[in-house]
Structure formats: C-alpha cells, structure tokens
Design a binder for this molecule. Sequence first.
Ligand code: ATP
Ligand code: F1X
Length: 310
Amino acid sequence: MIYTCTIAPSIDYTVYLSDFNSGKLNRTNEVYYYPGGKGINVSRVLKRFGVANTALGFAGGFTGRYIEEYLKNEGVETDFIETTEVTRINVKIKSESETELNGPGPELTVDQLSALTKKVRDMNEGDWFVLAGSLPNAIGQNYFLELATICQAKNIHFVLDTSGPMLKSILTAPVFLVKPNQQELGELFGVDITNLTDVYHYARKLVESGTEHVVVSMGGEGAMLVTKDIALIAKAPQGTVVNTVGAGDSLVSGFIASYAASRDASQAFRFGIASGSATAFRSDLCRKEDVETLLDQIEVHPFEEKDVTG
Ligand SMILES: Nc1ncnc2c1ncn2[C@@H]1O[C@H](COP(=O)(O)OP(=O)(O)OP(=O)(O)O)[C@@H](O)[C@H]1O
Ligand SMILES: O=P(O)(O)OC[C@@]1(O)O[C@H](CO)[C@@H](O)[C@@H]1O
C-alpha cells in the first residue's frame, strides 16, 4: 500500500485574473477550491493513475472536512488525524505571474504525533510512505527522524519531498526518493546552483550520503535523476503553462506509480517528468491520458559532466 502524509494540508483557493494589482481591489471570476498540500496532491494523482493509496496527515474544522469529502469523492482513501485547529487555506493567484500565500501548518500535540507514529509502525514491509510538504519546525527533527528510522527497519520505501532545515536533518536517514527542486537543492548545501554540473554534483552528494534516488526538478527545464549507478537528464515537453502548483508533486506521483509497476528508475523518471508537465499544462492536477500524450516527447539521456563543461 502507498501512504502519503501531509502534515499541513490546505484548501488551495485558486483564482485566475488577467491583471493582478497588489494593494488594489481585484475582482476574480474564475475560482477553484482544490484540496491541497503536497502529499494530498501525490495521492490525487496516484488515484488518477489507477494506483490505490491512503492519504494520512492532520486535518480539522470546516476546511478539513471539505478536503476529506473531496478526496473521498475522488476515490482517495483518507485516514487523517483530527485537529481542533481549522486547516489552512492557501491562496494561489494566477495572473501574468503566479503569486502564492501559504498559511502556517497546525500546532500538533504529543498525542496527535504519536497517533501518526503508530500508523507508520502498523505499515507493512514493501509499503510506501511519502512525506511531503512543509514540516513545522516546532515538531522537532527527531520526530521525523524517528518516522524515517521506522521505515528503514520495516523496509518501507520512504519518499521525502520537503524543504528547509528539516529536509537536511531527515536526509541523514536512508531515503528511497527525494525530490528537491534546483533552488531547494542549493538551500540544502548553502549554495546557489546555476548550472547542470552543480545540480549533478550536489545530487551526487545526496546519493553518497545514502539517498537511493535523487530527482532534481528544474521547472520548465526538466529534471535530473541521480542514483549510485546512473545519472539521467531529460528536458520538459513544450506546452502552454496554465498552473504549475502541484507539478513537483505530480512528478513524484508519476515516478512512484511507474517504479512500483516496473522497478525501472529510468522509466519512472520519464513518466514522472511527463506527469509534472501534464499538471503544469492544466488548471488542476494531471490525468493519465494527459501524461500518456506527452510521453513520446520526453527523451531521457545519460548525463555526463563533459556535456556541459565542454
Ligand atoms: N513551465 C513548465 N513547462 C513544462 N513543464 C514544467 C514546467 N514547470 C514544471 N514542469 C514540470 O514539472 C516538473 C516539476 O516542476 P518544478 O521543478 O517546478 O517542481 P516544484 O518546484 O517542486 O513544484 P511545486 O512545488 O509547485 O509542486 C518539472 O520537472 C517539469 O517536468
Ligand atoms: O506550504 P507547503 O506545505 O510547503 O506547500 C503547500 C502547497 O503550496 O504545496 C502544494 C503544491 O506543491 C499546494 O497544493 C499547497 O498549497
């Protein structure tokens, strides 16, 4: 079974307007209320690929209920731990550029955190645990390290898609897949990454410290996959970008869905990129048919440093 976990879900209140003026009254006529948060996006896309999964995390209040109901209607199983706090609403403004206002995550009690630990302990060998989205610093890195350690002991595929100091600390544990974007990879090492040689160099460092698969996403430029045996690069397909929110999460879903079926990292990488781009080219998250249409356009090549250093 695949479990996703979103510590801080959201309703993504997504609005489109042709001209956004900060500091002025802006009226919108195209609005959407998507259930959001990175793990939840991974769950929704997996379901669209026909892959059963359960969304874990913390949710509460009217927004929490909305998210749960929406997911159930889409056929995504949920097993959220209830919070007394109302789950956040994140505002996504789509105009000439994309502006996002993300609220803070919930404050969680020791009992609530223990309830999540128990769910991870109850997972079976070979299961997947996808921890995605922001991880409040207040929880403390030891908690997430403990979850990672349980996954290691039980041979659960641990997938991590987060950013900030917490990413750094959890990466001291063995991780099956980590998907930083180029900027997050730079932040992890306190450097500014501006070229492919550096992307490769720092992804390689993560592999050397124990991560099995490192996928560095680079928005419209595509992505790079580095493992101990291979380094691959692929450009993103061409298309009209509508909404990139959830593109990275869709890449993660595509990689997992394909890898779980084929055990082939190269194939999974290609399917992941097609999934990320298919989401970027539509308002909500991608559908399987969108991804299949883009697959032919994606060429995966071995990455060699000499390709960019001359
Ligand atoms: N402008 C774009 N054109 C085509 N494909 C895109 C574009 N932006 C993103 N993608 C696709 O989605 C993948 C992930 O994108 P990105 O690097 O923006 O992830 P991210 O920063 O984690 O996104 P998010 O946090 O919004 O989910 C890319 O590797 C690419 O395949
Ligand atoms: O505040 P976080 O947890 O870092 O990110 C949350 C979020 O921006 O990420 C998803 C897209 O990846 C959205 O659905 C959601 O609003």
